[in-house]
Design a protein around this ligand. Structure first.
Ligand code: PLP
Length: 422
């Protein structure tokens, strides 16, 4: 077992053998040799249908030919300049064209940097210190937001990380998602002190939690009434739910959006996008400092352009239809084997919770049977299906998940859920 050997070796040099906590699961993760379309191939000769897709970015599947071709050309032209390029304008224009709130863009290197800078911008713009964040939302691994956090932090049992000074997070107000009264109360009690509300319009880091009807509209209205900036963290939903992300899907336009994942076509990227009047508070025009050696990196920008160019109506129709097929089948299978579970989905995202309650927030999500989830994960893995190894992540589809792949997946879901129901 080469993966086992490599994991033993990796643990000597890399903390926990991995470079991001969520990649670890018991007894050891498989090590990837290559990936193509909707498949991952491991070093032991196994092939998996991939529903993790690098936690979201690979909407066109792995190793997309057009992206490779364009990136190859760019590699020979140089990989980092520390000077502006025309391609940055092309990708920025695409973002401005597609994303409703975007009048201007700043490219950074990750979603983490994007949310950190967006929050700083909101504080600089409003002159206020406090921010509202929702329990279980994950906005990256920086100090302002790593409290009651989702994703790997929750999976590995440390949603509040040591090493973050109380002083830093005393300005982060934590509220339950989908609870209008909690927001009203917090705003009342912190009158004129709140710079922004940052929200994942669909919570993709505690599984897949949907905003209840009217909730995003409520957030838009109450922030407007109180001169609070509304930030949609669209690192997952951007370009996935629609070309204009969740803001287009739900027709609610925030002041700022943070983007990442799909925007880089499989290369590292992040972006802050929003109204010109706010964005121009970033240096060098304004005083809110934001900078990066690799900001607007030509490789990521090139891959981003080549990816967004391929996201047409057909892409959305096909990925949504395939997701619906899986989700309908999942519901049937759950009923057939009498399993206590809830399935949620939107666009090309879905997740099953081993939970008897409707999952509308973090507290309820946390009550899910995570042991059962990991059994389900391993049953699927045995059958050649790779999903994110956590109850608190979300499954994603790409354009390469065709009918045959969906059929295979449904069969594997049936067998796996049958196995864990016995
Ligand atoms: N925001 C959301 C909603 C995310 O899902 C993530 C990562 O999963 C981030 C921010 C952080 O992005 P990155 O991992 O690129 O730093």
């Amino acid at each position: 077992m080469r993966s086992k050997e490599l994991f033993g070796e990796a643990k000597k040099y890399l903390v926990g053998g991995v470079n991001s906590p969520v990649r670890y699961y018991k007894p050891y993760p498989f090590f990837v040799e290559r990936a193509k379309d909707c498949y991952l191939y491991d070093v032991d000769g196994n092939k998996y249908i991939d529903y993790c897709l690098a936690y979201g970015p690979m909407v066109l599947g792995h190793a997309n030919e057009k992206v490779i071709e364009k990136v190859k050309e760019q590699l020979y032209l140089g990989t980092a300049y520390g000077c502006p390029t025309e391609k940055e304008i092309i990708l920025a224009k695409m973002v401005v064209d597609y994303v409703p709130c975007a009048e201007m863009v700043r490219f950074v290197n990750s979603g983490t940097e994007a949310t950190m800078s967006a929050i700083r911008l909101a504080r600089g713009y409003t002159g206020r210190k406090k921010i509202i964040k929702f329990d279980g939302a994950y906005h990256g691994a920086h100090d302002y937001v790593l409290v009651k956090s989702g994703s790997g932090a929750l999976t590995h049992g440390s949603p509040n990380s040591p090493g973050i000074p109380e002083e830093t997070v005393k300005n982060t107000i934590l509220l339950p998602f989908n609870d209008e009264e909690a927001v009203e109360k917090a705003i009342r009690e912190n009158k004129d002190e709140i710079a922004c509300i940052i929200v994942e319009p669909v919570m993709g880091n505690v599984g897949c939690i949907l905003p209840k009807e009217g909730y995003l509209k409520f957030l838009r209205e109450i922030t407007e009434e109180n001169n609070i900036l509304l930030i949609f963290d669209e690192v997952i939903t951007g370009f996935r739910l629609a070309k204009g992300g969740a803001q287009e899907y739900f027709n609610i336009i925030p002041d700022l959006a943070t983007l990442g994942k799909i925007l880089g076509g499989g290369f590292p990227i992040g972006a802050i996008a929003g109204r010109r009047e706010i964005m121009e508070h970033f240096s060098p025009v304004g005083k809110v400092y934001q900078a990066g050696t690799f900001n607007g990196n030509p490789i990521s920008i090139t891959a981003g352009i080549a990816t967004l160019e391929q996201l047409d109506d057909k892409f959305y129709k096909k990925t949504f239809k395939s997701t619906k097929k899986i989700v309908d089948s999942l519901n049937e299978i759950v009923n057939k084997y009498n399993i206590e579970a809830k399935v949620y989905s939107i666009g090309s995202m879905f997740q099953i919770y081993f939970n008897k309650e409707e999952v509308i927030n973090y507290d309820i999500a946390k009550k899910s049977d995570t042991e059962k989830f990991m059994k389900y994960f391993h049953e699927l893995l045995k059958r050649g299906i790779f999903i994110p190894p956590s109850q608190f992540e979300c499954c994603f589809l790409s354009i390469k998940h065709d009918d045959e792949v969906i059929e295979k997946t449904i069969n594997a879901l049936d067998e796996s859920l049958k196995a864990i129901s016995q």
